[in-house]
Design a protein around this ligand. Structure first.
Ligand code: SAH
Ligand code: MG
Length: 212
C-alpha cells in the first residue's frame, strides 16, 4: 500500500532497535505471522511516552512483538489476549527469558469470551486491537465498558492491504472482512463518544480518544 522506497528511507533514518526486536521480526517473517511493522512500533512508542499509561490491554499477542514495544516504553501492567495456545506460550516464554514477565498477564482464549470477564474488574488507559479483523466492532463495544474518559484505543490493519480504501480488489473470501473493517472505521467516524484519527502507518492505524 505504501511505496517501498518510502519505507526503506524511513527505515534508514529511524532509531535503531535492539537485536531482540530484529530477531522477532525475522521469526515473524519466516513463519508468516502478521506483526506490526517497525514504523508502527515507533508510533506506539511515541503514544506510550506521551500518555504514560498505567494499564494496557492488547487483543492479539501473536509472538509478543507489539507487546514488547508496550513493555519497553511504559511502566504499565499489560494484559494481552491470544487465541492460539502455541503463540501464547511462545510469547510467554520470551518475556520469561528476558526477565520481563513481572507486569504482564497472558490470557489464552477468544477475546470475545475473555473481554466480558474484565467488565467491572479492570479499566485500561490504552488498548491495542490487533486480533480477528471481522470482530473489531464487537471488541470495541466491550472495550467501551472497560475504559474511561481520556482512554486511547489503537486499532491495527484498518486499511487491510489497501483493500478497505479500494486500492486493491479483495478476493471473494476476503470481501466480507474488508466490508466489516470499513463498517468499523465508519462507526469510529460517526461515534460521538470518541474522536478518531487514521494514520497510513503499516497496514493502517486508527487512534481513538474517549471523550466522555
Ligand atoms: N499484535 C501482534 C500481532 C497479532 S497478529 C504484533 O503486532 O506483534 C493477530 C493475532 O490475533 C494472531 O496471533 C491470532 O492468533 C490472534 N487472534 C485471532 N483471533 C483471535 C481472537 N478471536 N481472540 C484472540 N486472539 C485472536
Ligand atoms: Mg496487525
Amino acid at each position: 500500500m505504501i511505496d517501498q522506497r518510502l519505507i526503506s528511507y524511513i527505515e534508514s533514518i529511524q532509531p535503531t532497535r535492539s537485536d531482540i526486536y530484529k530477531k522477532l521480526e525475522k521469526i515473524a517473517d519466516d513463519d508468516k505471522i502478521p506483526i506490526i511493522v517497525p514504523e508502527a512500533g515507533y508510533f506506539l512508542q511515541l503514544i506510550c511516552t506521551i500518555l504514560k499509561p498505567k494499564r494496557i490491554l492488547e487483543i492479539g499477542t501473536a509472538i509478543g512483538y507489539s507487546t514488547l514495544w508496550f513493555y519497553d516504553n511504559t511502566e504499565a501492567i499489560i494484559d494481552t489476549i491470544e487465541i492460539d495456545s502455541e503463540r501464547k506460550q511462545q510469547a510467554e516464554n520470551l518475556f520469561k527469558r528476558l526477565n520481563k514477565n513481572e507486569r504482564i498477564n497472558f490470557y489464552l482464549g477468544d477475546a470475545i469470551e475473555v473481554l466480558p470477564t474484565f467488565i467491572g474488574e479492570k479499566a485500561y488507559d490504552l488498548v491495542f486491537i490487533d486480533a480477528a479483523k471481522g470482530q473489531y466492532h464487537k471488541y470495541f463495544d466491550l472495550i467501551e465498558k472497560i475504559t474511561d474518559k481520556g482512554a486511547i484505543v489503537i486499532t491495527d490493519n484498518v486499511f487491510f492491504h489497501g483493500m478497505v480504501p479500494g486500492i486493491e480488489e479483495p478476493s471473494k473470501r476476503l470481501k466480507p472482512i474488508v466490508d466489516k473493517i470499513d463498517g468499523y472505521n465508519k462507526m469510529l467516524h460517526n461515534n460521538d463518544n470518541w474522536v478518531t484519527s487514521f494514520f497510513t502507518i503499516g497496514d493502517g492505524l486508527a487512534v481513538s480518544i474517549k471523550l466522555n
